[in-house]
Design a protein around this ligand. Structure first.
Ligand SMILES: *[C@@H]1O[C@H](CO)[C@@H](O)[C@H](O)[C@H]1NC(C)=O
Ligand SMILES: *[C@@H]1O[C@H](CO)[C@@H](O)[C@H](O)[C@H]1NC(C)=O
Ligand SMILES: *[C@@H]1O[C@H](CO)[C@@H](O)[C@H](O)[C@H]1NC(C)=O
Ligand SMILES: *[C@@H]1O[C@H](CO)[C@@H](O)[C@H](O)[C@H]1NC(C)=O
Ligand SMILES: *[C@@H]1O[C@H](CO)[C@@H](O)[C@H](O)[C@H]1NC(C)=O
Ligand SMILES: *[C@@H]1O[C@H](CO)[C@@H](O)[C@H](O)[C@H]1NC(C)=O
Ligand SMILES: *[C@@H]1O[C@H](CO)[C@@H](O)[C@H](O)[C@H]1NC(C)=O
Ligand SMILES: *[C@@H]1O[C@H](CO)[C@@H](O)[C@H](O)[C@H]1NC(C)=O
Ligand SMILES: *[C@@H]1O[C@H](CO)[C@@H](O)[C@H](O)[C@H]1NC(C)=O
Ligand SMILES: *[C@@H]1O[C@H](CO)[C@@H](O)[C@H](O)[C@H]1NC(C)=O
Ligand SMILES: *[C@@H]1O[C@H](CO)[C@@H](O)[C@H](O)[C@H]1NC(C)=O
Ligand SMILES: *[C@@H]1O[C@H](CO)[C@@H](O)[C@H](O)[C@H]1NC(C)=O
Length: 583
């Protein structure tokens, strides 16, 4: 039953309905068709996804993004996510009287939030996230709220305060206002929403303290206040949210100790308090939060040792206590944390040695740089080495790099720079076949660079600078075909630059400065296609500067800096001879 001219009639009919204060008695198919067609007229649909929306259809139930209740063919759901729709959300949608779910996320819709949407009797899910909606969140929006359970306005440009009327929308279970420009304080009324399970207000400009009364939210599972300007200490009454699993207060300016009442939040599996100004010791009772999987207390002012009770957190996967003022030795009890994958204890004042759990229980990443660890590295005989990242840089480690390092068969990033490691680089180093970054710089290493280094075929970055290495640069380095950065500066290397370097076509940085290298610069190096920086200053090199690519393109003054201590015999680039040092 398609009648020409029906749209014209319908629009006329529709506008009279709107003029008529909007209350239709006896819903008919027309309301839904009309409402959707009017909505469509307000938006630009670049991919013609709404082409199936034809005003001559009797029912919209087969239209793209539309779902009907089969019983009465009324539209109950409209989902038009990620279609690049732009334009305004007009009043058409207000005609969809049976609508339960409205989702327009990830579009380019602009303009204000229509406060009347909450009047739709059955609407329980409204998702306008990731558009460019702006203006205030109107107070009226929450006043007249009927059955709204889930609201997401995340990722828009809303810029008001959070209206206190939010506390009137008692049906709300999930509120996501993250990543907007919301300012002002957290309204205490928020805590009257006793049905709330999820609150995400992260990424706004909220200030002030967390208001009292949070204990009323006994259904709360997830709360994120990350990245705002919130201050003060945590409310003592945080403790009644016994079902709380996810607590993210990171990137604010909270201060004070952790309230002891948190001890009772035993369902917690994620805590991030990163980048605040919390202080005091890490409490013993943390060991009672047995379900914890992620604990991030980094970048705060915590002091004292890590409590041994941390060992009871057997589900823990990731712990970050970096950038605090923690001290003492690393707890042995962590050997019990058999699910541990990532540990970051960098930038503290820990002493002692790397505990045996660090290589025994399946940990993948250990970062303990910038501490005072002072004992020899031991690599246990554990047959299953899972470590992929080990950063012990900037400590006071002594002794040698153990031969057993070859057991670290999964290691990809190894940083031992700025320690007091001595002895030579073990030949077994070359058995680390998937090692990508090795930084052993600024130690007291002696002896030759082992020729076996050619076995570390995945190396991208190798820094052995600022040691006391002697002997030649092994030509086998030409086997490390992924190498992009080779830094051997400040050693006592002698002999000539191996021409095999020219095989390393990914090389971008070569720094061989401050050594005792002799001979000439291999001509082949000029063929390295990605070379950005080449420093051989302070050596005993002589001869011709290769021509081609890099060497032709760097401006002469830069070339002179690279080759400091150069005695120029000609300023004609093509025949540039040099000798260093200047005698
Ligand atoms: C969304 O709108 C912005 C600004 O109007 C525009 O730059 C961008 O390309 C649009 N994105 C899409 C996916 O249409
Ligand atoms: C809130 O919405 C944003 C954007 O859609 C999303 O990334 C985030 O996960 C949501 N928060 C919660 C707690 O679901
Ligand atoms: C952090 O707290 C200390 C006192 O514990 C105070 O001196 C300092 O100003 C605070 N820093 C910030 C950024 O709030
Ligand atoms: C670690 O586990 C052992 C054996 O399972 C147990 O005796 C010890 O008390 C545990 N330590 C901690 C701190 O939980
Ligand atoms: C470890 O902690 C330091 C200091 O907070 C930080 O800079 C670094 O990014 C962290 N590393 C990882 C992998 O999270
Ligand atoms: C080694 O690890 C693999 C997989 O990670 C596991 O299946 C195997 O049981 C482990 N072997 C030992 C001896 O721990
Ligand atoms: C190794 O650690 C030092 C000090 O923490 C850092 O400066 C350096 O960039 C790291 N090296 C690499 C290759 O990441
Ligand atoms: C070389 O290593 C020493 C000792 O670790 C350190 O003090 C010095 O700053 C390092 N020099 C450079 C240029 O890195
Ligand atoms: C060079 O790499 C190959 C694999 O690409 C390896 O078989 C060989 O042993 C390496 N040579 C040296 C000298 O390490
Ligand atoms: C390295 O060379 C310098 C001078 O070139 C010398 O003083 C120093 O003793 C040498 N070091 C080693 C370990 O050979
Ligand atoms: C590596 O370089 C050497 C010397 O320049 C050359 O003889 C050899 O063929 C090169 N090997 C590869 C695989 O390119
Ligand atoms: C080259 O190396 C020397 C010695 O390490 C250093 O002083 C100089 O700044 C380096 N030049 C460039 C351009 O990196």
């Amino acid at each position: 039953m398609k009648a020409p001219g029906r749209l014209l009639f319908s629009l006329f009919f529709f506008s009279s309905v709107l003029a008529d204060s909007g209350d239709l008695s006896g819903p008919s198919l027309n309301d839904d068709v009309l409402g959707l067609i009017v909505f469509k007229a307000d938006v630009f649909d670049p991919h013609s996804k709404l082409a199936s929306w034809n005003e001559n259809d009797d029912s919209p139930c087969s239209w793209y993004g539309v779902k009907c209740e089969p019983r009465n063919n009324l539209v109950v759901e409209l989902s038009l996510d990620g279609l690049d729709l732009s334009g305004k959300i007009g009043r058409g949608l207000l005609q969809l009287k049976s609508l339960r779910k409205l989702s327009l996320s990830r579009n380019n819709l602009t303009g204000p939030l229509n406060q009347d949407l909450t009047r739709l009797e059955s609407l329980h899910t409204l998702d306008f996230s990731e558009n460019a909606l702006s203006g205030a969140i109107p107070s009226e929006f929450f006043w007249q709220c009927r059955s709204l359970r889930s609201l997401s306005l995340a990722g828009n440009h809303f810029s008001s305060e959070i209206p206190a009327s939010v506390g009137d929308c008692l049906t709300l279970a999930s509120l996501n206002l993250s990543s907007n420009w919301l300012s002002g304080v957290l309204p205490a009324e928020l805590w009257s929403l006793y049905g709330l399970r999820t609150v995400d207000l992260s990424g706004n400009f909220l200030v002030g303290q967390i208001p009292k009364g949070m204990d009323r939210l006994f259904n709360l599972r997830t709360i994120s206040l990350r990245r705002n300007g919130l201050t003060g200490s945590l409310p003592i009454d945080i403790c009644h949210c016994f079902l709380l699993r996810f607590l993210d207060l990171s990137e604010n300016s909270f201060s004070g100790n952790l309230p002891e009442t948190m001890q009772r939040l035993t369902m917690l599996n994620y805590i991030s308090l990163r980048s605040n100004n919390f202080s005091g010791e890490i409490p013993m009772w943390l060991g009672d939060l047995k379900k914890l999987q992620v604990l991030d207390l980094s970048n705060n002012g915590f002091t004292g040792p890590i409590p041994e009770s941390i060992g009871s957190l057997q589900d823990m996967k990731k712990i970050d206590l970096s950038a605090n003022s923690l001290s003492g030795s690393l707890p042995k009890s962590m050997a019990n944390c058999t699910n541990l994958a990532e540990v970051n204890f960098s930038q503290n004042s820990f002493v002692g040695s790397l505990p045996s759990w660090s290589v025994g229980i399946g940990v993948q990443e250990i970062m303990i740089s910038k501490n005072n660890l002072d004992e020899v590295i031991k690599v246990s005989a554990a047959s299953n080495q899972t470590l992929q990242v080990l950063d012990l840089s900037w400590n006071m480690l002594t002794g040698v790099i153990p031969l057993e390092i070859e057991r670290m068969q999964r290691i990809q990033y190894l940083n031992l720079s700025r320690n007091f490691l001595s002895g030579s680089i073990p030949a077994t180093f070359g058995k680390l076949m998937i090692l990508e970054v090795a930084d052993l710089s600024s130690n007291l290493l002696t002896g030759h660079i082992p020729k076996e280094i050619g076995g570390a075929i995945s190396l991208k970055g190798l820094n052995l600078g600022n040691n006391s290495l002697t002997g030649e640069i092994p030509y086998q380095i030409g086997n490390c075909s992924s190498l992009t950065s080779l830094i051997l500066t400040q050693n006592n290397l002698s002999g000539s630059i191996p021409p095999t370097l020219a095989n390393l076509s990914s090389l971008q940085t070569i720094d061989l400065s401050l050594n005792g290298l002799t001979g000439s610069i291999p001509k082949q190096l000029s063929e390295l296609p990605h070379l950005l920086s080449f420093n051989v200053s302070h050596n005993l090199l002589s001869g011709e500067i290769p021509s081609g690519n890099f060497f032709n393109n760097i401006p002469l003054p830069a070339l002179l800096i690279i080759l400091t201590y150069v005695a120029l015999q000609s300023t004609d680039r093509a025949t540039l001879y040099f000798q260093n040092p200047l005698s």
